[in-house]
Design a protein around this ligand. Structure first.
Ligand code: XMP
Length: 433
């Protein structure tokens, strides 16, 4: 293994990730592990240089206060404990400020643990390649490649590790942005020579969605159909024993504790049926989003794939409002492509968190070529947020708004009006459905 590691034991602090980030920012790899890790499990981890026990307010499970196994303290690793709940090592309270925490960690990591600052993406990739090879052996792995950042990075990593033992399945549900599925094929099939199964299920999805106007029903149909298509493809393949997932650290936080999540994900992965038994390969599960992107860059993925803005699973389906029709879906796709192009030209793609267009299911009157027109509006949305729970509007300058408006009106069929959505979240949500 190429890098030293500090293990953070989770005793219910909401600051685990802050500590993990602070240690990684020092150039030392850190992993958060459940409080009930055994000494043997700890010893099986590579290059552990020290342990941070991170206790806090969520330290009661089933009415009992949780603790680490006492043997951990005698396992031969330097230990530091934060939190007043833990007085076993030193009577330490949580440091008063973020900088004090960083200072304390720095002293612990370098002076006490003598760890080396050798955490970088090159070493991370090299280590994961080794780990995946050991885990998978000569068996086959399946992966749903959506084209999103996480699944793209995990694919690239696995192609490097196990080549054609990996089969990637890309389901084009017909609700992708312009050029997106084509880029997946170009990058993974043509450049990285992945074993890629490309499924054009556009017509199938559009058929299922015909005349469905309720947003929740649309979402459910898209989700369920996606699983069905993926499952059909999986059944055609022989001898798959592993399923790879682009799970990243925030997914784990969102699904509750690490241990609870691992149990759930075995059954819930892509909603695959119970009779298909897979083990999971999740090489990115300890990475934060920016680290996943850095890993993608290290693996040579294109910038626009690695730094792409968030895109919802149901895709353009939730931006073509009401019952989806082909003409309005095309209007969303084309107007979105223009918006993205102009944002990139203006450098706004690096500044604005999420930006897209929406086409509602009503028309308005206009004039085109000296004649009355009766066509759809396009709505522009551009928002900034930290965590997508609240969002503010990007205050776009008039010249760029005018340029985008003029291009959409001139280039996108069936559109005669462009609006700019000024609603923050709340009261609006980021997406319209
Ligand atoms: P809302 O509309 O709830 O969106 O303010 C918050 C963020 O989540 C994205 N989003 C989704 N992402 N699957 C996803 O992976 C979904 O079904 C989904 N719905 C919304 C949305 O684009 C925004 O970034």
């Amino acid at each position: 293994m190429n890098q030293d590691m500090i293990v953070i034991l989770d005793l219910g602090s909401h600051n685990n990730t802050v500590i993990a980030r602070a240690i990684r920012d020092l150039g030392v790899y850190s992993e958060i592990k459940a409080h009930d890790i055994t000494v043997d499990e700890l010893k099986a981890l590579p290059n552990v240089k020290g342990i941070v026990i991170s206790g806090g307010e969520n330290n009661i499970i089933d009415g009992k206060e949780i603790d680490v196994y006492p043997e951990i303290y005698d396992a031969g690793y330097p230990v530091i404990a934060f939190d007043h709940a833990l007085a076993k090592v030193e009577n330490k309270k949580y440091p008063a400020c973020e900088n004090c925490l960083k200072e304390e960690l720095k002293k612990f990591v370098f002076d006490t643990c003598k760890a080396e600052a050798n955490w970088n993406m090159k070493n991370f990739v090299a280590d994961q390649v080794e780990i995946v090879r050991k885990q998978v052996g000569d068996k086959k792995v399946l992966l749903a490649l959506s084209g999103g950042v996480d699944s793209s990075v995990v694919s690239a990593l696995l192609i490097k590790a196990i080549g054609n033992q990996l089969t990637c399945v890309h389901v084009n549900h017909g609700l992708m942005r312009k050029g997106e599925s084509e880029q997946v094929v170009e990058v993974f099939q043509n450049q990285l020579h992945a074993n890629l199964v490309y499924v054009d299920a556009s017509e199938r999805f559009l058929g299922k969605l015909e005349n469905v106007d309720d947003p929740e029903k649309k979402r459910k149909i898209i989700g369920a159909e996606f699983i069905r298509v993926f499952e059909e493809e999986a059944r055609k393949l022989d001898g798959i024993e592993f399923l790879a997932q682009g799970t990243i650290y925030p997914d784990i936080i969102e699904s509750g504790t690490k241990t609870a999540k691992m149990v759930k994900s075995h059954h819930n992965v892509g909603g695959l049926p119970e009779d298909m038994q897979f083990s999971l390969v999740e090489p990115l599960y300890q990475l934060f989003k920016d680290e996943v992107r850095a890993c993608g860059v290290e693996l040579g993925l294109p910038y626009n794939m690695v730094y792409r803005q968030p895109f919802p699973g149901p895709g353009l389906g939730v931006r073509c409002l009401g019952a989806i029709t082909k003409d309005r879906l095309e209007a969303v796709r084309e107007s979105d492509a223009i918006l993205r192009e102009e944002f990139a030209n203006a450098g706004l793609d690096k500044k604005v968190w999420q930006y897209f267009t929406v086409v509602p299911d009503f028309k308005s009157v206009g004039v085109k070529n000296n004649a009355r027109s009766y066509d759809y509006p396009v709505i522009i949305r551009a928002v900034n947020t930290i965590d997508a729970m609240t969002a503010s509007i990007e205050e776009l300058e008039w010249p760029i708004l005018k340029k985008i408006t003029n291009r959409i009106l001139a280039e996108v069929p069936n559109v005669n009006r462009v609006c700019y959505d000024l609603s923050p979240k709340p009261c609006a949500t980021i997406e319209w459905e």
